[in-house]
Ligand binder design. Structure first.
Ligand SMILES: [Zn+2]
Length: 130
């Protein structure tokens, strides 16, 4: 168990973040669901201007990307919640040292300490592992 952490504070914070992320997903999901390219196919036999199609596609791409990012975040938040229950919250999953109050305040569902997160980022070139 990480010392000096206010578990109640972080539990409340995680709840808030979780609600916000769920809200974002709820807002985005209907947009991705109603694909105007698919639903408009039968009523418009001629293809829409190619720029319009690209526009819609990039918007859908971005929304689906955001949803997948938020879903990932949700998983991390739930994992962090479990760790609070198991009293392992705030401990780096890689090296076992304390993640630290400041970092957890910024990212309450952080799984790694700063240096482990940075070395992971360098290794994988993927920022979302943070
Ligand atoms: Zn670490």
């Amino acid at each position: 168990m990480a010392k000096g952490l206010n578990y109640d504070y972080f539990e409340r914070k995680l709840k808030k973040v979780r609600e916000a992320v769920l809200q974002e997903i709820n807002d985005l999901e209907p947009k991705v669901g109603e694909n105007p390219l698919e639903s408009g196919e039968e009523t418009t036999p001629f293809p829409t201007h190619i720029a319009d199609i690209a526009d819609v596609e990039s918007r859908l791409d971005r929304d689906s990307y955001l949803i997948s990012q938020y879903s990932k975040e949700l998983k991390d938040i739930d994992a962090a919640h479990r760790k609070i229950v198991e009293k392992t919250y705030g401990i780096c999953e890689d090296c076992g040292s304390n993640i630290g109050n400041e970092r957890l305040k910024a990212i309450p569902y952080a799984r790694y300490c700063k240096s482990c997160a940075e070395s992971r980022e360098k290794k994988s070139w993927r920022k979302e592992e943070l």
